[in-house]
Design a protein around this ligand. Structure first.
Ligand SMILES: Cc1cc2nc3c(=O)[nH]c(=O)nc-3n(C[C@H](O)[C@H](O)[C@H](O)COP(=O)(O)OP(=O)(O)OC[C@H]3O[C@@H](n4cnc5c(N)ncnc54)[C@H](O)[C@@H]3O)c2cc1C
Length: 434
């Protein structure tokens, strides 16, 4: 039987360990070091003291950098198993860091592994894989968002160097990163999928200037780590062009796909956590002589949330399975689909969980408002929902053809006439009874 919903017992033991470990050792970090960029900030003197022993335990259990194959120091379990692990890690902001798979370092490491020189791998990739440094992916621009057709940031060849000029917006953790991977136009005269390229830019290169740092909604103005960057005559050597001139679009597609599904895997965890809180509250809170859980409208909220969560989980696992099987077209469709669905399910379930907690849910004494803050981000970061819906629709449409006739293929008068003609011999004499 090829269809199976069971996890192999050996890996299940690892998941059970991870579940307990995250609850006991990692989730407290979220409370003690709650600043959103804390897991990225290597300047924090307690960072290595606290995280070092935890990372060592993760390595001992062969769960470090599970998105990577053995050639890069990961166990290479594949995306299905990674999805199951991420269903645990997504409960905690710190967990991806402790397990060596946090974005955007995970994707940036893959780019460097594929396209970096030996020297670049030694200087940047190895410490990144070891969790000693962090990196930044710099693509979005202030005037055109993440649509490369609107990019203005340019690199021009000058002898053995490239010189980059232009602006980038929302380059997360650029202030904390050791290096950036920047997507820049190298030839504006050809279609963008041939005219954009990726560059490795060491953070301390002269001309990499932070205009200001933006934060997310709940952070006070002036705080945050999403950089508005200005590249002013930034000169990098020729070998810092990653993957060849004009390959930027292709690399971005590959890199962003992984990031999107990993977010979706972790969203399953957030949604499950919100549903758990919703159920606990519904069973505990009494109103009009009984628990909230006895009210049918509350039951509807719980049922709808459970069904949406399970649908999301299955879609994520199915997308992961397509990746493991190397089904290229399906991967594109399903990653776009889970990106859309994870934002929508997160929205619906967190809203219900928050609502059922009443004033407490709106307060700063529960984590629900913080979860709620992640809702708009999920629909925008790595590309807005609409763009991914268009991808899904285009992929689905490719499997269909226009119909030539005046009426659609399923036009009943024609279909019924054809069907009757097919059975005419058997039905002779009794056709009037049909
Ligand atoms: C928390 C966070 C972290 C981020 N980190 C990074 C990072 O590290 N590096 C980086 O490069 N970028 C980063 N981004 C930027 C992110 O990739 C962009 O915000 C995203 O791609 C959308 O671009 P935009 O914000 O300019 O929105 P726009 O492109 O202006 O889109 C705004 C809205 O317009 C509509 N819209 C846009 N395009 C279409 C379309 N084709 N069809 C229909 N409607 C459309 C949608 O409603 C969309 O939400 C981050 C964003 C967030 C929120």
């Amino acid at each position: 039987m090829a269809w199976d919903f069971e996890t192999d017992p050996e890996f299940q033991k690892k998941l059970d360990w991870a579940d307990e470990f995250v609850r006991r050792e990692v989730e407290p970090l979220d409370l003690a070091f709650a600043e959103p960029a804390a897991p990225y900030d290597r300047r924090n003197p307690v960072y290595s003291k606290i995280t070092g022993p935890l990372k060592a335990e993760v390595r001992q259990h062969a769960l470090w950098a599970c998105h990577l194959g053995p050639e890069l120091g990961g166990p290479g379990y594949g995306q299905m198993k990674l999805a199951l692990l991420n269903e645990i890690l997504g409960r905690s902001m710190w967990a991806p860091n402790i397990f060596g798979c946090q974005a955007p370092d995970s994707g940036n490491a893959e780019i460097l592994a594929h396209y970096g020189t030996g020297e670049q791998k030694r200087t940047y990739l190895q410490p990144l894989l070891d969790g000693e440094i962090v990196s930044c992916f710099s693509m979005t621009e202030p005037q055109g968002g993440a649509d490369p057709r609107e990019f203005r940031c340019r690199a021009v060849r000058d002898g053995d160097s490239w010189v980059i000029d232009g602006e980038k917006y929302f380059s997360s953790h650029a202030d904390l990163a050791e290096f950036l991977i920047a997507m820049v136009i190298t030839n504006p005269d050809v279609p963008v999928h041939q005219g954009a390229s990726m560059f490795l830019v060491p953070r301390d290169t002269p001309g990499v200037n932070i205009v200001r740092l933006a934060g997310l909604g709940h952070e006070p103005l002036g705080h945050g780590h999403h950089a508005y960057l200005r590249f002013e005559h930034v000169r990098v050597p020729r070998e810092n062009l990653l993957g060849g001139e004009g390959q930027g679009f292709l690399i971005a597609q590959t890199r962003l796909g992984g990031g999107r599904i990993h977010h979706a895997m972790r969203t399953v965890a957030t949604v499950r956590k919100a549903l758990g809180m919703m159920c606990e509250r519904a069973l505990s809170r009494r109103t009009q002589g009984g628990p909230l859980a006895d009210r049918q409208l509350v039951q509807q909220a719980i049922a709808d949330s459970f069904i949406q969560l399970e649908q999301l989980r299955l879609l994520v696992l199915y997308a992961a399975w397509h990746i493991d099987k190397g089904h290229k077209d399906a991967v594109r469709t399903y990653i776009a689909a889970v990106k859309v669905q994870s934002a929508e399910v997160l929205h619906d379930v967190v809203r219900r969980a928050l609502h059922i907690h009443g004033a407490l849910g709106c307060s700063n004494e529960m984590p629900l408002i913080q979860m709620w803050m992640t809702v708009p981000v999920m629909g925008i970061a790595d590309g807005p929902t609409e763009v991914h819906k268009v991808t899904v629709a285009k992929q689905v449409l490719r499997q269909h053809q226009p119909y030539e006739g005046l009426w659609p293929r399923d036009f009943l008068p024609e279909r019924v006439t054809e069907a009757r003609a097919r059975f005419a011999a058997q039905l002779e004499g009794s056709v009037e009874n049909l």
